[in-house]
Design a protein around this ligand. Sequence first.
Ligand code: MLT
Length: 263
Amino acid sequence: MAKTRLSYQDTGVDGPALLLVHGFPLSSEMWRPQLDALGGRRRIVAPDLPGFAGSEPAPDPLGVTMDYYADALAELLVDLGIDSVALGGLSMGGYVALAFWRRHPAAVDALILADSRAEADGPEAIAKRSAQQKQIRTGGIEDLIPQLLDGLLGATTKDQRPEVKEIVRGLMAHPAEGYIGALEAMKNRPDSTGDLPGITVPTLLVVGDQDNLTPVELTRYMHQHIAGSQMVVIPEAGHLSNLEAPEAFTAAVSGFLGELERA
Ligand code: MLT
């Protein structure tokens, strides 16, 4: 496939880089709290996946896979002259991170998997995503946004942080091809559970305690199967733990990266 032009944010600071991959259906801007809190002292590259925000969509949305996303990110790193990164992904970003680790292991110094899972989609999830693709083809993304938004946020955010809901809603406007491609990639992603014992880079696992989409048990499973991994449960946060509880999330990431640097 021809190279896909990606939009991205890059804090450009010298030193080891952190590559942060957004979840569905968001953009690099979901990492705003971490870009602001950590970006002044470390290089953070936050790309928009193909078809999201300013990134070019894939030529055929139904051909999009996690491997395609991973390779697009690997090409971006080459363009930026970055040999290796600490690689973090939230939810779908975690699926992309696992694909990237499989395909470009030498470029991964450490992994951060947030509110994600190693399992593939089951038949029910696949059917739901196919129905969402159909809904987008016939009516666009407008009606889907409220449904998706409801699942992304935890109970405390819904009750007490209305501004976060509006921020997230504002991150969900993307071309239909972007949505359809990501849903296709998620539907067809492989089961990664068998890969977990082979992960030997330092790994941080983070999950919100109110995450209903990828509940805490799924992160605990990864923790049990990735030797030496660290697991942090973020209180009063749902699926978007980095946005719902930004200080706790940033502290977990910063502590983990600090340990790597001291090691
Ligand atoms: C995400 O946040 O990236 C999605 O909810 C992941 C998924 O639907 O599996």
